[in-house]
Design a protein around this ligand. Sequence first.
Ligand code: NAD
Length: 428
Amino acid sequence: MVLSLAPLESPSPAHICPFDQACSYLESAAKELKLDQGLLAILSHPRKAITVTIPVKLDNGDVQVLAGHRVQHCDVLGPYKGGTRYHPTVTLREVSALAMLMTWKCALLGIPYGGAKGGIAIAPAQYSERELERITRRYTSELLKDIGPSTDIPAPDVGTSAREMAWMMDTYSVNVGHAVPGVVTGKPLSIGGSLGREMATGRGVMIVVREALAQQGRAIAGSRIAIQGFGNVGSAAALLLHEAGAKIIAVSRGSGGIFAEDGLDIPAVKAYAAQNNRNLIGFPDAIPITNTDLLALPCDVLIPAALENQITADNVDQVQASIIAEAANGPVTLEADRALESRGVMVLPDILANAGGVVVSYLEWVQGLSYVFWNEERVNQEMEGLMVQAFQQVMKQSTARQVSLRLAAYTLGVGRVAQALSDRGLYP
Ligand code: NAD
């Protein structure tokens, strides 16, 4: 056996630190709310940041040692909740930022969770399915004492899906000696997953885009929409918006995208991607387009649904959409956000726009705990109700405080957590 050691540290972070950016939004909300400095200090730090070593035997017999993270930001409202990301750029700071966002998102949607996030800095495509299973199982077993249905409940994120959630659920259940469906959400239906979960984040995006267009006296039907990222979230949003009559003029993956002036046939694009190793390039009746050009397309709605830091000070001037729906977490940098605000572009912030996933995760967890399972219509209805309510609250807060939708959403989320923290008091 050859021992090959991968560096324990994740690759260096992108030039814009997502954790600094998350803290900056928190500070703006705290200033607007005139929050007590002690509360701000508590909320600026994750309660627990865990890094575990994952030794994994590769199919060729080599051993690789990976670093896995799980950050638990704040559990004042309920158990920690958050996705698990497999992507080469994962770092502890990125995971910490995403955990903090989850805290505000759950509070904004009024669901009794705190924020968490996990991740491993790997490119899943470079590993076989068996290797990914071993990585996921070992990562889960290293976190056994830290996760659980009443402590911390992982879900899928970039690079993971129902398959990884099934491995996590099984590893946890085998170790505690009985099936525990509530330990993860986003799992397959056969082991207690919820109908509607797969499309949930994309459906939530569709709902907030519909509501935002309605605010401007427009409808989804006939609107021109460009979507960056065609994974779990981007492809579901594309399909639902297409079904509602929008013209999806462009979609992309990391490897590039496709453009069609009159709108793409999204079910056909999905089928093409499924047959071509998820590649979009070569789809008939469409022109290849780079991710940079996609962001600059003339359109009504732009939906970044890939990764952080896509709309930056460098390209914000080229953005022509009048509505941006942040399906991804943190796709707009702080500087770009200020520029968009001054231009009057309506930015639907991530903690609102992509909350459909955690809402249905919550509904899945509730069904798992009660052992009563709902039909898809009920799941979608419950989710829609919570999304529309949160959208309206954010609009109202924005008007009342004369602040951007992002600051409005943050003041609601941060304010609720701060109130709970203050009511519970500081132990000891
Ligand atoms: P995914 O892995 O299924 O899809 C990511 C997509 O982005 C892929 O199509 C990939 O090719 C593309 N991509 C990667 N790098 C890119 C680049 N540089 N330029 C353009 N495209 C690129 O991940 P996902 O679950 O769809 O998550 C996407 C975003 O949505 C992430 O920010 C995630 O945190 C957020 N999110 C996901 C969920 C969920 O339920 N999955 C919930 C809330 C938020």
